[in-house]
Write a protein that binds this ligand. Structure first.
Ligand code: UDP
Length: 328
């Protein structure tokens, strides 16, 4: 019988890709999603259970019905800008919601937990190599909410034996090359899909948030990872827990940073069209540069981000952009 994994946020961007690779690896993913920011049509692999992270009764029912061997917890609000204007919603949904989920998992005896954290927990640290051991100083409520959940997991391990793998994502981009699932946010706030909207006229222009940063061309630097590479790491993380290797934190980034302008240039090359841009103000809460300095995931998990070139990510995002969405 195949092993069941409870995937919170399985109707979202990263969760839907995770369900696909879990199914391909022989697991049964069960999506638990409130559909607040996710899409019913994105659930193409495994059963779907609608529910909110804050609904303990519903979570208890789902744990009892499926008896999952592990939880992969993707469900979260994830916009830096919004987290600065509405921090309460981030603390309630992300932190209180995760607490409810973790308590339900422990009560059900499901003690393997894979958690989506973020490099936004590091904040700006000029010249410091961002590896898993470095201190965390989140600049925004989104990052702060994720750091709080990391702390929570440690506490629940100490008292209840909750084994966990924490993945600190850098910037996730691209889409399933088969086009079965992809990135679809409403409203969209992320750089690459907004840029592709600007390329094909769905919006007038891409506004670059800040051109006076202390970087080679004045725009922010990010480390972009292909979503398929990212979710591959989750399957390795699951095996890590199943092999009883203990709790561990892994950065998921390639170690190479690109400026916003470099991403714009790459999009122009891939799509063979100009990207209309407006040079705008800085966005509150943005870090200047976030680039992973760690090779731990490669060394310990054997993770190899094979598709994470800018060209491949934008090519896959562009294909999805032209053919797929969930407003069917
Ligand atoms: N960005 C931008 N214009 C946009 C959206 C994003 O210039 O319309 C920049 C943003 O300031 C950051 C980078 O693109 O430097 C990636 O932003 P995104 O929101 O995609 O991810 P984040 O780094 O906030 O997780």
């Amino acid at each position: 019988m195949s092993t069941t994994i409870l995937v919170t946020g399985g109707a979202g961007y990263i969760g839907s890709h995770a369900c696909k690779v879990l199914a391909r690896a022989g697991y049964t993913p069960v999506t638990y999603d409130s559909l607040t920011t996710g899409w019913r049509d994105a659930v193409t692999f495994g059963p779907f259970e609608e529910g909110d992270l804050l609904d303990r009764e519903r979570l208890d029912q789902v744990f009892a019905a499926y008896r999952p061997a592990a939880v992969m917890h993707f469900a979260a609000l994830s916009q830096v800008g919004e987290s600065m204007t509405d921090p309460g919603t981030y603390w309630r949904n992300n932190v209180a919601g995760s607490l409810t989920l973790i308590e339900a998992a422990v009560a059900a005896g499901c003690l393997n937990f894979v958690f989506s954290s973020t490099c936004a927990t590091y904040g700006d640290q000029d010249g410091v190599v961002l590896d898993e051991g470095c201190a965390q100083y989140p600049l925004n409520a989104y990052g702060a909410s994720k750091r709080a959940i990391e702390d929570m997991l440690e506490n629940f391990e100490a008292s209840h034996g909750l084994r966990h793998v924490i993945f600190r994502y850098f910037n996730v981009a691209g889409a399933d090359p088969d086009g079965e699932v992809g990135e679809f946010h409403r409203p969209e706030t992320h750089l690459i899909p907004l840029m592709l909207d600007a390329v094909d006229g769905k919006r007038d222009a891409l506004t670059i948030f800040g051109t006076d940063y202390d970087t080679p061309d004045g725009t922010c630097v990010r480390d972009y990872v292909h979503v398929m590479d990212l979710v591959d790491a989750h399957v390795l993380g699951l095996k890590w827990l199943q092999d009883d290797k203990g709790s561990r934190v892994f950065n998921l980034g390639t170690g190479t940073g690109f400026t916003v302008r470099e991403v714009v240039n790459s999009s122009a090359a891939v799509t063979n069209r100009e990207v209309p841009i407006i040079e705008g103000d800085r966005r509150p809460g943005d870090c200047v540069a976030l680039v992973s300095g760690s090779t731990r995931a490669g060394q310990e998990l054997g993770w190899q981000p094979a598709r994470s070139t800018l060209d491949a990510m934008i090519t896959d995002a562009w294909r999805w952009h032209q053919t797929g969405n969930y407003e069917r």
